[in-house]
Ligand binder design. Structure first.
Ligand SMILES: Nc1ncnc2c1ncn2[C@@H]1O[C@H](COP(=O)(O)OP(=O)(O)OP(=O)(O)O)[C@@H](O)[C@H]1O
Ligand code: SF4
Ligand SMILES: [Mg+2]
Length: 325
């Protein structure tokens, strides 16, 4: 992900910080950081998966990539171009190439529109106002997602969850995207349907040369689709590794904790390091001075509570933020 990629880099997020403010108990406004100095690169035809517990900032980072949220600090580049310096004409040209599919296919599709209109709408707005062409494209993408033309006249409520997610995917394909942000794309579906959608995502990636930013809680899903796995903890990236190296490198203690739920995927040496950990997750409002994972880490030492570990590069495009690795 971080090698010589410049000519084919689709997305680059550079040292991005994002804060939110909320009203606290006494209606006092307080703010916290949902993302802290996060960097990410996604090359053409690459699948990067964001993995981490609820609230660690995965969706926020996805929104930053999609330009649905603006960072407080840091830069976002699409195809090497800084979003801050794009003219509105340039932005309109690039916008269709970065698309998203969200978790819930029930709420992401307008229930009042037929599939025909759901599919042609983005094309008519962004590509061409020619209805005939839009319909021809809709039929083409339906075939790509494994559905027949008979669904064109249907409303979302008459489709199954899996079919709806295929329509959500088809809608993005109408715009011939380069990258799709997939935010928990299968977690609302039954297990068998999940497998079908994951297979479809893999096939589409190969046949259409797509890149994905795959946001997931699920280790099997990340291992199935991703080239790189980015592990986040409390708004920070703590580890980045190539999928095929997951048993071959020594992982971050937090990654080991996540992977501990799937013991068959950790190496023998790392298995010994996974011990009972405290379950106390620090609040993003009161961040510890040193390592954020200190309170739960079985390998912690005194220096960990004093100095926050920086994300450092190791051999084989492995990045890790831990004093003991
Ligand atoms: N618009 C917002 N206003 C205030 N706080 C927000 C907002 N969006 C997200 N947050 C907070 O930012 C933090 C990160 O949220 P985010 O949705 O990115 O987490 P996540 O990793 O996607 O979690 P999940 O796995 O549950 O979807 C959370 O504490 C969340 O409550
Ligand atoms: S820096 Fe220390 S506390 Fe943090 S993960 Fe590494 S060993 Fe654990
Ligand atoms: Mg989320």
């Amino acid at each position: 992900m971080f090698e010589a990629y410049e000519d084919q880099c689709i997305i680059e997020v550079k040292e991005v910080w994002k804060s939110y403010s909320i009203k606290s108990f006494w209606f006092k406004k307080t703010f916290f950081y949902a993302l802290l100095k996060v960097s990410l690169k996604i090359k053409s035809r690459e699948v990067v998966s964001l993995l981490g517990e609820s609230g660690c900032g995965k969706t926020t980072l996805g929104k930053i990539v999609l330009n649905l949220e603006k960072p407080d600090r840091g830069e976002v580049f699409w195809f090497g171009k800084n979003l801050k310096s794009l003219s509105s004409r340039e932005y309109r040209k690039l916008r269709p190439q970065i698309q998203a599919v969200f978790q819930d296919p029930y709420s992401s599709l307008n229930p009042r529109l037929k599939v025909k209109d759901l599919l042609t709408e983005p094309y008519l707005i962004n590509i061409s106002s020619d209805r005939k062409k839009a319909l021809a494209k809709a039929e083409e993408v339906l075939e790509k997602v494994g559905l027949g033309n008979e669904v064109l006249e249907k409303y979302p409520h008459s489709l199954s969850g899996g079919q709806r997610q295929r329509i959500a995917l088809a809608r993005t394909l109408m715009l011939t995207p380069s990258l799709i942000v997939l935010d928990e794309p299968t977690s609302a579906l039954d297990v068998t349907i999940q497998a079908q959608i994951l297979n479809l995502l893999r096939r589409l990636k190969e046949s259409l040369n797509l890149s994905y930013l795959l946001i997931t809680h699920s280790i099997p899903v990340a291992l199935y689709l991703a080239d790189f796995i980015v592990v986040m903890y409390l708004g920070k990236v703590v580890e980045i590794f190539k999928k095929e190296l997951f048993k071959k490198v020594s992982h971050h203690p937090y990654t080991l904790l996540l992977f501990n739920s799937r013991p068959e995927v950790i190496s023998k040496t790392d298995k010994k390091k996974v011990m009972i950990v405290q379950e106390e997750v620090p609040s993003p409002f009161f961040r510890p001075k040193g390592c954020e994972f200190f309170s739960r880490c079985p390998e912690r030492e005194k220096e960990c509570s004093e100095i926050p570990p920086e994300l450092k590069v190791r051999p084989n495009q492995h990045f890790i933020a831990c004093h003991k690795r």
